[in-house]
Design a binder for this molecule. Structure first.
Ligand code: IVH
Length: 671
């Protein structure tokens, strides 16, 4: 057989073994044999680069390319479901459906509600072409490269199946408990923050910048909704059976029922049994099975009338309250935390619970000695939800009501509460340690100075050792101070110093964002930087002048004035200036402004050589254009790099929209 044909054959075989292993849990060859075939394929693909295929089984390992996600509009909006929390609400749903169908008999498909994040997968000619997150339901992120690494998602359906030429299938991407526990154990060892629950871990992972991280984290997916013209059956359940035949992982725990009692049985069974599942579930989803009946029931603005979710009750335990302490977070928010007698809850021993904020705490009316109810929701930290139904009156007499503090427990400053916010804050952001650390972390973060070799732990460490007191001190650090005398080489330290040095080139607008003026986010910083052009001009600006600017309101303007009125902040900015940070917009940027693209809508697609996607976005805006996420007949042109998505290309061609490459674009704005 010729080698190119062998590539195709290997791909098909590996897709099948993959399915047997990850979906059916019944491999027919050993791991070694699998690796052997995979290596053969990798070698052949390296030899014939023209045979590259993004859906080849070799692509499951992901790549280190930077994924900047494109926003895409969903073909059909991704609605959410109405929630119910008790039997009455479920019975109401049943009744509404029955009435809506004028008393006709109907079946309901009962399913588990998987606790991950929803995903929409598009297949064309049996190939995975696009995977999109739910986003806001109307548009989401294109996460195809990352989704390709999830082994239970087929990249290529077996030939000859009765799948339609084009369809969409939706489901939940999740992280099984086993992967979650392993990941958190690794993170704990590395001193990294833990994920609160498998859902957050799955979501963080799916949005990862590089797909090899995703590949290592062991995500899984269950599919639960088939859409599109030409799908095989008239029943939801039957369609999912078909999807399972095509190689999708569909839950084996779905049941068709034709009575409300059947629904309750399902709920009661899984409320207990779900603890033995390998993945997190937080409820049950009920769907009218017949597609014709679904259609006749229709939707409300937010959710279908033919489906509903029932949420399991979070687990609760009863224990005794001993004390309330107050923690100051890095934003300055003060959180009351209860210390309690240890109690067993959802598999772990619990002795601390959050009371959220002053209002929640007051409404609970707590006294030391009270018996309280603790609940574990989706978060790692349990919360006190109320008092147990026992006689707590003696504690009310013996101990006074626990009150929220009015001064910062760390630095003693009087706390403030901003309008519309539930939390109290310590306002001492230049003198209170947790806030100082929070400001430094903000300063070094990716969208600010992007000093990415410094993590929160290292910052803490330097602060504790007295090496830094604010972000400006970073620029005075020397290798001798940081070097570990025991270490043979101090590569890590040099890397840190290099990335601090590198940050001196970060453009002014990001410096303005980095210094951490309250309410001045990325966008406002950009607006102010472009309007005033330099730090000095921003610092001198009056309230009237600030408020004239489009996008700057009273709150931001007031905050800017307040920031520069504080001599501590002014001194800080001066030290950054002496360190060599950019204090005005670059020459290029000054010249670069024009209205050459006024009124034009530009879509950016693909991978670029000369500038990053963000830089192109900025260039488009500087020349008066607008960057939009998806192609429509309003699009003026497409700025295309390499590997522009095939779907986009086709759409652009269909609408006759001009596709411009990088060089053409750059010369257009230079002209
Ligand atoms: S069906 C129109 N089925 O729960 C049908 N959703 O608010 C839409 N979910 O966003 C979804 N398990 O992320 C469906 N078996 C299941 C599900 C499920 C989990 C999630 C999904 C959705 C949310 C509902």
């Amino acid at each position: 057989m010729d080698e190119k044909a062998r590539i195709l054959q290997l791909r098909e075989e590996l897709h099948q073994h993959n399915y047997r292993y990850y979906v059916e849990n019944a491999p027919v060859i050993s791991d070694q044999e699998f690796d052997f075939l995979m290596h053969e394929l990798q070698d052949l693909e390296a030899k014939y680069p023209e045979m590259f295929d993004a859906n080849s089984p070799t692509q499951r390992v992901g790549s280190d390319l930077n994924n900047e996600f494109e926003t895409v509009v969903h073909t059909r909006p991704m609605l959410s479901l109405g929630n119910t929390y008790n039997r009455e609400e479920v019975a109401d749903f049943w009744k509404r459906v029955s009435e809506g169908l004028m008393g006709a008999p109907f079946q309901v498909c009962c399913e588990l509600k998987f606790d991950g994040l929803s995903i929409s997968l598009h297949y064309e000619e049996g190939r995975l072409v696009r995977a999109v997150t739910r986003g806001d339901g109307v548009q989401g992120d294109d996460v195809t490269a990352n989704v390709r690494t999830i082994r239970s998602i087929p990249l290529q359906l077996p030939k000859g199946g009765d799948w339609p030429r084009q369809f969409e299938i939706r489901g939940e991407v999740l992280m099984p408990w086993s992967s979650f526990d392993r990941l958190n154990a690794e993170r704990e060892k590395a001193g990294e923050p833990l994920f609160a629950n498998p859902r957050n871990a799955a979501s963080g992972t799916l949005k990862s910048k590089n797909s090899s991280t995703v590949a290592q984290r062991g995500l899984d997916a269950y599919l639960y909704y088939l859409l599109g013209d030409g799908i095989p059956g008239d029943g939801h359940y039957q369609n999912l059976e078909a999807a399972a035949r095509w190689g999708f992982q569909v839950s084996k725990n779905m049941r068709l029922v034709d009575s409300l009692e059947g629904v309750f049985e399902y709920i009661d069974y899984w409320d207990k049994e779900r603890k033995n599942l390998p993945v997190a579930t937080d409820g049950v989803v009920l769907k009218v099975n017949s597609l014709a009946q679904q259609k006749s029931l229709g939707m409300t603005a937010k959710s279908p009338r033919w489906a509903i979710a029932y949420k399991f009750q979070a687990e609760q335990a009863e224990t005794t309250l001993r004390q309330v302490v107050f923690q100051v977070g890095r934003t300055g928010a003060v959180t009351p935390v209860a210390n309690m007698d240890p109690v067993q809850l959802a598999g772990t021993q619990v002795r601390r619970a959050t009371l959220h904020n002053a209002d929640v705490m007051a409404s609970l009316d707590l006294h030391v000695g009270d018996r309280v109810l603790v609940e574990k929701g989706g978060e790692i930290i349990p919360k006190i939800v109320g008092k147990a139904e026992v006689d707590n009156s003696q504690f009310k007499i013996q101990n006074s009501k626990l009150e929220f503090v009015d001064r910062c427990p760390v630095c003693g400053s009087k706390l403030v509460r901003y309008e519309g916010e539930a939390a109290h804050y310590c306002p001492n952001d230049t003198g209170c340690p947790p806030l100082i650390l929070g400001r430094i972390e903000h300063f070094i973060s990716r969208k600010a100075m992007n000093i990415n070799s410094l993590g929160p732990e290292t910052v803490d460490d330097y602060y504790r050792r007295g090496l830094i007191h604010d972000a400006a001190d970073l620029y005075e650090l020397r290798e001798e101070q940081l070097a570990d005398p025991q270490a043979s080489d101090n590569k890590g330290v040099r890397k840190i110093l290099a990335s601090i040095e590198e940050s001196k080139r970060v453009p002014f607008e990001r410096v303005l964002f980095a210094i951490g003026i309250r309410f001045v986010g990325e966008i406002a910083a950009k607006t102010l930087a472009r309007y005033y052009g330099s730090m000095d001009k921003v610092a001198e600006a009056s309230m009237e002048s600030l408020m004239q600017i489009n996008g700057i309101g009273e709150v931001i303007a007031g905050s800017v004035i307040q920031y520069f009125a504080n001599p501590v902040n002014r001194a800080f900015v001066e030290r950054l200036r002496s360190a060599g940070l950019q204090m005005e917009i670059g020459e290029q940027q000054k010249q670069a402004q024009s209205d050459k693209l006024a009124g034009q809508s530009v879509v950016i697609s693909g991978v670029f050589q000369h500038h990053s996607r963000d830089e192109y976005k900025a260039l488009i805006e500087q020349h008066g254009g607008k960057n939009v996420g998806s192609i429509s007949n309003k699009t003026s042109f497409i700025l295309a790099g390499e590997n522009m998505g095939p779907a986009k290309l086709e759409k652009a061609q269909k609408l006759g929209i001009r596709i411009m490459n990088e060089d053409e674009f750059l010369s257009l704005i230079k002209e």
